[in-house]
Design a protein around this ligand. Sequence first.
Ligand SMILES: [Zn+2]
Length: 186
Amino acid sequence: MRIGELCGLHLVDLHLRENAACGECRAPHLHVCHRPGNPNRAEAKSKRPWRVEHGIVTGGLIKRVSPAMVHTYFEYVTTEHPRGAGHGMLLVQLHGAATGQPWAPVGARRMLGQAGRRARLGLVKPPCLPALVHVRGFDAADGNLLIARDAGGWTSAAMVDEVYGHVDVHDPVFHAALRTVWGETK
Ligand SMILES: [Zn+2]
């Protein structure tokens, strides 16, 4: 995910169960929703229409989530996420004066930079990450643009969306691409 997408997530955007109430994707997923008014100024690039009805988010850019991401989410929400935070956002500041406030993209970028230096990867900038994931997903997708897009959120292939719709989610190549994007296969 892009940093703006990640920091812009609200708890209601996460549909981490099979057959979530939105009815738009049977597997665990999340909805990337463009919200210009986020208190941490995180803003998703994708402006696909979305809405909330009876507390259920539909639309936006739907991205599937891996079992590891679901696991990390539950660990984070049960241990570190502040209960009853009025802003309803997923990622919050865990230290300092702004503890409990939504985590700003600038903080996420700084942390990523520090992690990159510690791992001796040189200068790591957020756009590298989606690119890396997309390339890996694209390889695993066997050159299938649709699979690459749905597995890795490869938005440059968005134009194929209107022409071909979505991949067959039972396609084994799609599952292989997902596992690669999620780092479950090498
Ligand atoms: Zn959903």
